[in-house]
Design a binder for this molecule. Sequence first.
Ligand SMILES: Cc1ncc(C[n+]2csc(CCOP(=O)(O)OP(=O)(O)O)c2C)c(N)n1
Ligand SMILES: CC(=O)[C@@H](O)[C@H](O)COP(=O)(O)O
Ligand SMILES: [Mg+2]
Length: 587
Amino acid sequence: MQNHLLHTINFPEDLRKLAPEDLPELAKELRDYIISVVATKEGHLGASLGVVELTIALHYVFNTPEDLLLWDVGHQAYGHKILTGRREQFHTNREWGGISGFPKRSESIYDTFGVGHASTSISAALGMALASNLKGDHQKQHIAVIGDASIAAGMAFEGLNHAGVTDANLLVILNDNAIGIDPSVGALKHYLTNVKKGIQKENNIMEALNFDYYGPIDGHDLPKLLKVLKRLKTKKGPKLLHVITTKGKGLKQAEADQVTYHAPGKFDAKTGELVQKTSSDGPLKYQDVFGLTLVELAKTNENIVGITAAMPTGTSMKYLMKAFPDRAFDVGIAEQHAVTLSAGMATQGLIPFCAIYSTFLQRAYDQIIHDVALQKLPVIFCLDRAGLVGKDGATHHGVFDLSYLRCIPNMTIFAPRNEIELRNIMYTAQQGLEGPIAIRYPRGKGLISDWKQPFESIEIGKGQLLRLGKSVVVLSVGTMAENVSEALEDLPAAHYDMRFIKPLDEDLLHDIFKNYTTVITVEDNSVKGGFGAAILEFAATHDYHNTIKVLGIPDTFVNHGEVGELQDFVGLDAESIRAVVSQVLQD
Ligand SMILES: Cc1ncc(C[n+]2csc(CCOP(=O)(O)OP(=O)(O)O)c2C)c(N)n1
Ligand SMILES: CC(=O)[C@@H](O)[C@H](O)COP(=O)(O)O
Ligand SMILES: [Mg+2]
């Protein structure tokens, strides 16, 4: 019978009723189930397949949810979700109204900590463990499962460093598959490779940090996992178990091409073959226009360098890494370091393009202010995945960057309306600016097939008229212009692409405020502190009393779903914008 074991398990207490000999069969069923659902619903495949045995073993040995289990990043937690009450909902994974693709406290008592961003698990688990100590509970275990790429981040080291001087019941499980989304990088990766090869026998780095170190062990060997975990369950204090796993385990293609199968989109569950979405003609993704343009510019400007924090594929920095390996740097999951490294390079006359997803740049906020902006260093921040990103949801939407960057002195902020504008601002920026610039662009494809046009400079701080109109004007930034154009179609409202969120085109704004009674702003950033807020500040400063309506992301965290669904929800789809403009025109 298909999935006969998996179907008996709703919660870990059911799992614990199985005999240890049944667990390999359960692992097979769980793996097949993940594959069958992700094949059609899409999502993070490789990481979850890699920890199937570990997931079963952890819930089998430990008394979850009393013992607290945390998944770093959380993209590997599909098995955990299925075994903890969400088997029947799993087909709604990452869909609007469905379960989240990451552990989320509001979703289940078994999701002990909300995740999505990397390297938080050790600190959070340690916090819980210290809380248990303070409450006099010295039996409870606190388990952080963290990958080899995530443990190399500064934040994870901070957690280890602290944990090593405590008596907290903390078990860190290092899930070492030697890859993040792209191959892992850095000296720690070499160290771990040496440990696996048995070369590194002395000076264990974890023991030096005062952790009891166990392993490395085969993370797909269930009997071995059970034996070791049972032993560790009785051990007090900080300890680390090093398990070796294969990302994509159990699906041939996913094991062979781990980068693609990290999140492969739709594929054939039986053969593993990818379902090709569309032909390769037509517009490229913004990330590719960025990556290819960077190579083009780097060919003519030898001072250009590229920096990515563990996302060479996601940001398309991979093109520069291939063309100019010496001038492109993947620093791993280390956004803070990436920013200050860029600052250092800029002091020496290099021109750093520091490409980081909008949401992950949040982690490097002080570095942007203290190391870059305060010293007016011309770092070129390329914020990919700005705006609503879709199915990754609340942890990943890039909807705060305009707010968090706009308040920083010396910062220029530009949002390209299309791929050509992206190219031109990159071209402009590398010619030399007096300080940093942030260029923010969205996830996914652009609009223009023949995007590779000759470069033109963009005048800093100047907006553009897109369409004339009467009494009502819509001011948009970035790719929101497309929704606005569609919304206005036959309406008599004017439309400007303001392009720069900072500095604002004040001359243009004075004209606008004198000529239109109502100003509507549109942005895919929070309404708090973003572009619309800048226009409100401008009006207040200059004593304009026009009616101003600010459309953007409301002051709430937006869940996961298709971008179109999310735009409907927040009122940024063309129809909703049209409704607002029509209403104002009638008033
Ligand atoms: C702060 C932050 N930066 C970047 C990412 C993007 N990201 C998601 S998973 C991942 C790789 C994680 O690799 P690893 O910890 O080894 O786990 P594995 O995928 O191998 O299971 C990265 C870079 C993130 N989630 N958070
Ligand atoms: C888990 C994680 O943070 C990444 O895998 C993220 O989902 C990548 O997003 P993109 O698909 O937009 O590159
Ligand atoms: Mg890994």
